[in-house]
Design a protein around this ligand. Structure first.
Ligand code: AMP
Ligand code: ZN
Length: 466
């Protein structure tokens, strides 16, 4: 597998720390609002990554956090805590907001066929871990205390600017809004590990610590959960490109300070989904959510298909016109697949060739568009049997997860054509005295909930009631 590594700015062969095992950390949502479809694009890319690695035979463990404290409206130390802002907006408690939007997020993932992370944990449930890490960083001279807050001293970091690939001056201009020019700090990019003062007035979730009652910074949460659940060596860390600075940059600085050695080898970042006006936002106008797309007649898996058609690293502009195009292609694809009969010979060599081609596409830095082309090539191939196509596409769909074989429509109109085709195949099998195949077709349909009834005048069928 070859992946583009933001750390080295190169496509590199993927070699996990421990052979055959992959440890992945993916930044989770800040649960102060619904996820917009831009956020969801990042989770879709991560899902393809996880499923590709599993398809290639790796044993994958993925951890994700739920940010329910400490993420400011800027991505640095300034502004309000997003959770507090959400609670104020809706007249609810922070806990109620967190619970409501966590559930909404999980529902979105389910609808998009995203595999649940193996470990999904709330940031606020692991305060003791952050405290332990901060204590060590203070002891080792990586952090300092100023006016009741604890800051990380970036001058002590090994290569603070490597991930972003930018110099301090460039970053200062690029992220003016995200970084506070806090007078407590030695360097403007030093960042908060623990706060007891600055934004304390508004902070509802707070805990006791050796430095007084307060709350953790956003960045330490991800380092804390990653090190706690995945150990000292992380293989892959993912997020959207906006996470590169300051969030992931700070995660590297503090994790390596805490561990005393390099931490994560591969950093993967998904390009943004933008709307026509530019950046997708939760604060201006109508939020583009998955439910909104559904209301407008676009099922979640159509959005998944839309995303898989472009490379995860490219930015992508959303429009209803392009989603409409994706919907019609997706519907057509499913109709073609539903006409395939699963019965018959499987051509093992052809099967293996296509599996290899599919693996190769995804191993090339997750080229999902190429993987989809291979799926279409399979459908078009006149030299392979329906059964081979059927099995291949079933396999592909373990990664693509486009629900190509599950359909509400399978119970009604689309299914009619499929059943009739199967009845005709069975008739031909009988005519050729191939009773084994005829029985196999009958049994296959039975498994799918359809009972064939042989009459004097031909064959009819009924649906088996549950
Ligand atoms: P948040 O809930 O803001 O912490 O973000 C959750 C995930 O969505 C992070 O991995 C972000 O990098 C990612 N993200 C934010 N905006 C976009 C966007 N417009 N397109 C794609 N990913 C995004
Ligand atoms: Zn994170």
């Amino acid at each position: 597998m070859q992946i583009y590594n933001t750390l080295t700015k190169k496509i590199e062969p993927f070699v996990p720390h421990e052979e055959g095992k992959v440890k992945i950390y993916t930044c989770g949502p800040t649960v102060y609002h619904y996820a917009h479809i831009g956020n969801l694009r990042s989770y879709l890319f991560e899902d393809i990554l996880v499923k590709t690695l599993i398809f290639l035979g790796y044993d994958v463990t993925r951890v994700m956090n739920i940010t329910d404290v400490g993420h400011m409206t800027s991505d640095g130390d300034t502004g309000e805590d997003k959770m507090y802002k959400g609670a104020k907006r809706e007249g609810k408690t922070v806990q109620e907001i967190a619970e409501f939007y966590t559930n909404a997020f999980l529902k979105d993932l389910e609808k998009l066929h995203v595999k649940m992370p193996d470990i999904l944990e709330k940031a606020s449930d692991h305060i003791d871990i952050y405290i332990k890490m901060i204590e060590k960083m203070l002891k080792d001279g990586y952090a300092y205390q100023k006016e009741g807050n604890i800051y990380f001293d970036i001058s002590k970091a090994t290569n603070y600017y490597q991930l972003s690939g930018k110099k301090q001056e460039e970053l200062l201009i690029a992220v003016r809004d995200s970084v506070s020019l806090d007078t407590f700090k030695k360097n403007p990019f030093d960042f908060g590990l623990w706060f007891t003062t600055s934004k304390f007035e508004n902070q509802i979730m707070k805990w006791d610590s050796p430095w007084g009652v307060g709350y953790p910074g956003w960045h330490i949460e991800c380092s804390g959960l990653a090190c706690h659940y995945l150990g000292e060596y992380l293989d892959i860390h993912c997020g959207g490109v906006d996470n590169i600075f300051p969030h992931h940059t700070n995660e590297i600085a503090q994790s390596e300070a805490y561990l005393g050695h390099p931490w994560c080898k591969y950093w993967m970042h998904g390009g943004h989904l933008n709307d026509k006006s530019g950046k997708m936002s939760k604060s201006k106008g109508e939020i583009l959510t998955l439910s909104l797309l559904e209301e407008k007649g676009y099922p979640p898996l159509v959005y998944r298909y839309f995303c898989l058609n472009s490379h995860y690293r490219n930015s992508l502009t959303f429009s209803y016109e392009s989603l409409k195009g994706a919907k019609s292609a997706y519907d057509k694809l499913k109709r073609r697949i539903q006409l395939l009969s699963p019965i018959g010979e499987i051509q093992k060599d052809k099967f293996q060739d296509y599996i290899e081609a599919f693996k190769e596409a995804l191993s090339n830095d997750l080229n999902t568009a190429s993987a989809l082309t291979i799926l279409y090539d399979v459908l078009k191939d006149k030299m392979i049997t329906d059964a081979t196509k059927y099995d291949l596409i079933k396999k592909f769909d373990t990664v693509l997860s486009l629900g190509l074989f599950e359909d509400e429509e399978i119970d009604n109109k689309m299914n009619t054509a499929y059943i009739e085709k199967m009845i005709e195949k069975r008739r031909l099998a009988k005519e050729n005295k191939n009773y084994e195949e005829a029985d196999a077709i009958r049994n296959q349909l039975l498994k799918e909930g359809i009972r064939l009834i042989d009459n004097r005048d031909g064959v009819t069928y009924e649906q088996i009631k549950e």
